[in-house]
Write a protein that binds this ligand. Structure first.
Ligand code: AMP
Length: 214
C-alpha cells in the first residue's frame, strides 16, 4: 500500500504517518526528516538545503524527487510507504507519477488532513522532542508527565526544530498555500483525493484514516 498524506505544516502528517506505518508494516518517508539528516551530516544535498529550510522556503524539486526516487527503491519499501511532506509542488506530483509508473508501483490513496489555519502556528511553535529517543511533546497539549523528563526514555535533553519559530512558520505556511495547496485540486481532479478532520484527537484522526484505507 502506497499513500500520500497532504496538509499544511502542523497538520499532524508525521504523527499519523508514524501510526499508520507501524500498523501496516509499511515505511514512513518524510522528505523533511531526510533533508534534516542531510543537513546534520553535512552532505552536498544538506549544504544546498540548509539555508532554504531555515528560511521556510522549499528545497528544489530536483533534489527532493532524487531523494524519494532512490529511497523507494530500497528493500524496506517493497511492502509500501507513506509519503509525508512529499509531493509539495505540482512538478513534484507529476514527477512522482512518472517515477511510480517506471517502477511498476501505484498510488493507493491521497489523504488530506484538514485543519484550521489558526491552530497551526500554536501547534508548531509549541512542539519539541526528546533529543535521545525523538519522542514528541508540546508546551501546551502534550507535556512530559514529569516536567523536563522524557516519558519514554527518561532523558532530560530536549530539542526544538530550528524552523519551528513563528517567523519561519509563517513562511512555511506561505509556501504551503502557494505551492502545495494546489495539489488538493490536482488529486481531486484525478479522483484520488480524500480528507479527514485533522482537528480531531490524534486517535480519532487515525481511525478516520484507517476507515479510508479499509
Ligand atoms: P517538514 O519536516 O515536512 O516540515 O519539512 C521541513 C522543510 O524541509 C520544509 O520547510 C522545506 O524547506 C523542506 N522540504 C521538505 N520536504 C520538501 C519537499 N517535498 N519539497 C521541497 N522542500 C521540502
Amino acid at each position: 500500500m502506497n499513500l500520500i498524506l497532504l496538509g499544511p505544516p502542523g497538520a499532524g502528517k508525521g504523527t499519523q504517518a508514524e501510526q499508520i506505518a507501524a500498523k501496516h508494516g509499511i515505511v514512513q518517508l518524510s522528505t523533511g526528516e531526510m533533508l534534516r539528516a542531510a543537513v546534520k551530516a553535512g552532505t552536498e544535498v544538506g549544504l544546498k538545503a540548509k539555508a532554504i529550510m531555515e528560511s521556510g522556503g522549499l528545497v528544489s524539486d530536483d533534489i527532493v524527487v532524487g531523494i524519494i526516487s532512490e529511497r523507494i527503491d530500497e528493500a524496506d519499501c517493497a511492502n509500501g510507504f507513506i509519503l509525508d511532506g512529499f509531493p509539495r509542488t505540482l512538478p513534484q506530483a507529476a514527477a512522482l507519477e512518472k517515477l511510480l509508473d517506471s517502477k511498476g508501483k501505484t498510488l493507493d490513496a491521497v489523504i488530506e488532513l484538514k485543519v484550521d489555519d489558526e491552530a497551526l502556528i500554536e501547534r508548531i511553535t509549541g512542539r519539541f522532542s526528546c533529543s535521545k529517543c525523538g519522542a514528541g511533546y508540546h508546551d501546551k497539549y502534550k507535556k512530559p508527565a514529569k516536567d523536563g523528563v522524557c516519558d519514554k526514555c527518561g532523558s532530560t535533553e530536549f530539542t526544538r526544530r530550528a524552523d519551528d519559530n513563528e517567523e519561519t512558520v509563517r513562511n512555511r505556511l506561505m509556501a504551503y498555500y502557494r505551492e502545495t495547496a494546489p495539489l488538493i485540486g490536482y488529486y481531486f481532479a484525478k479522483d484520488r483525493h480524500q480528507s479527514v478532520d485533522g482537528m480531531a484527537p490524534i486517535d480519532e484522526v487515525t481511525k478516520q484514516i484507517e476507515a479510508i484505507l479499509s
